[in-house]
Design a protein around this ligand. Structure first.
Ligand code: PMP
Length: 349
């Protein structure tokens, strides 16, 4: 087996791949999954079950609507302010790195941005606290796991405005009370499926606050009213996401969460135990999803990458803006893959 540590799209479980590939040739009613109509009862069943599973696994209360939207989380960076911001109003942001900055940049096209906390001063190596108590913005936006920098929010402070969370790289990977947020979104292609769709959990009361004149295709209410079939959805990506959700349920959340914790612990211990490597993330904010580290001597990085590639391990190079290494250990990364990488880190001289 090849262990793919890419930050996404990345490994899916063998069972999911098997079922997804069988569905291409023969799904139901002698049709390929690639050929079924998005308006057929076959797709309706897929969407309904996926939404039901999301509700169950996230233990969501009835205040939420669940959507599958086309595209990735980047689309949401623009759609959110388009729906909820106007020129003279502001959105509050906690800036924790590359993806927060992308969301901030998209927001500036529609209104003002107030940075209420930032870890930019220390190269985004920690999660900053929000000091102000009255935020006086339309909403607060946070990135719960910073895929490139390798930091992760551990506690969520209560604030007095709606909280919007980009959970692209840690949704359903650890215990979180989803009901404390007002809007959650995640590209499917890390923990929850493959590229092509984004999961959105939106509190119903937000639908009343949507701006007029939002182009129809970008208006969240239209997607809610059309039950995620406002335009042709990415049928196959939604199906793969359903398979992943079924797989997560079968593993049980308890096992998924404890495995993820253990996988991260094994890797960080290996890194901390070999002086050739260093993790620059403050320990209490280390991500359980993206283990970011470096070689103390840059010149040996290629040697280590070569070593991993001859040991069934691929894609551990850091993001092109960050360099170093990054091991993404999402839900479907097996323990054996992590143990294999940890052994190489431990023994590297
Ligand atoms: N937010 C986070 C935290 C990410 O890791 C990514 C990268 N997949 C994005 C947003 C952007 O997602 P996409 O490329 O699917 O638009």
């Amino acid at each position: 087996m090849i262990y793919n540590f890419n930050s996404g799209p990345t490994m899916l479980s063998p069972e999911v791949l098997q079922e997804a590939s069988e569905a291409v040739l023969h799904y139901k009613a002698n049709q390929s999954i690639l050929e079924i109509s998005h308006r057929s009862h076959l797709f309706e069943e897929i969407l309904d079950e996926a939404k039901l599973l999301l509700k169950e696994l996230c233990q969501l209360n009835d205040d939420f609507e669940i959507l599958y939207l086309n595209g990735g989380a980047s689309n949401l960076f623009a759609m959110i302010p388009m729906n909820f911001l106007v020129k003279d109003k502001s959105a509050a942001f906690v800036n924790t790195g590359y993806w927060s900055e992308k969301a901030i940049a998209a927001t500036l096209n529609f209104g003002e941005v107030k940075i209420v906390a930032s870890s930019e001063n220390k190269h985004y190596s920690y999660i900053p606290s929000i000091v102000a108590k009255n935020l006086e913005s339309e909403y607060l936006h946070i990135t719960t796991n910073n895929t490139i920098e390798g930091t992760q929010w551990k506690n969520f402070e209560a604030v007095d405005i709606p909280v919007f969370a980009d959970m692209s790289s840690d949704m359903l990977s650890r215990k979180i009370n989803y009901n404390q947020f007002d809007f959650i979104y995640a590209s499917a292609h890390k923990n929850l499926g493959t590229a092509g769709c984004t999961i959105v959990l939106i509190k119903k009361n937000l639908l009343e606050k949507i701006n007029e004149n939002v182009p129809a295709i970008f208006n969240f209410k239209n997607h809610v009213d059309a039950q995620s079939i406002y335009s042709t959805p990415s049928v196959y990506a939604v199906y793969v996401s359903l398979l992943m959700l079924r797989w997560i349920k079968k593993q049980t959340l308890k096992n998924i969460f404890s495995n993820n914790e253990l996988k991260a612990k094994i890797l960080y211990e290996a890194i901390d135990g070999n002086n050739n490597f260093i993790s620059e993330v403050e320990k209490e904010f280390r991500s359980e999803m993206n283990v970011v580290f470096k070689a103390r001597e840059k010149s040996v990085e290629q040697k280590f990458i070569h070593l991993t590639s001859t040991n069934q391990i691929i894609n551990i190079s850091g993001h092109r803006t960050a360099g170093g290494f990054r091991a993404a250990i999402y839900n479907a990364m097996p323990m054996e893959g992590v143990e294999k990488l940890a052994a190489l880190i431990r023994d590297f001289k």
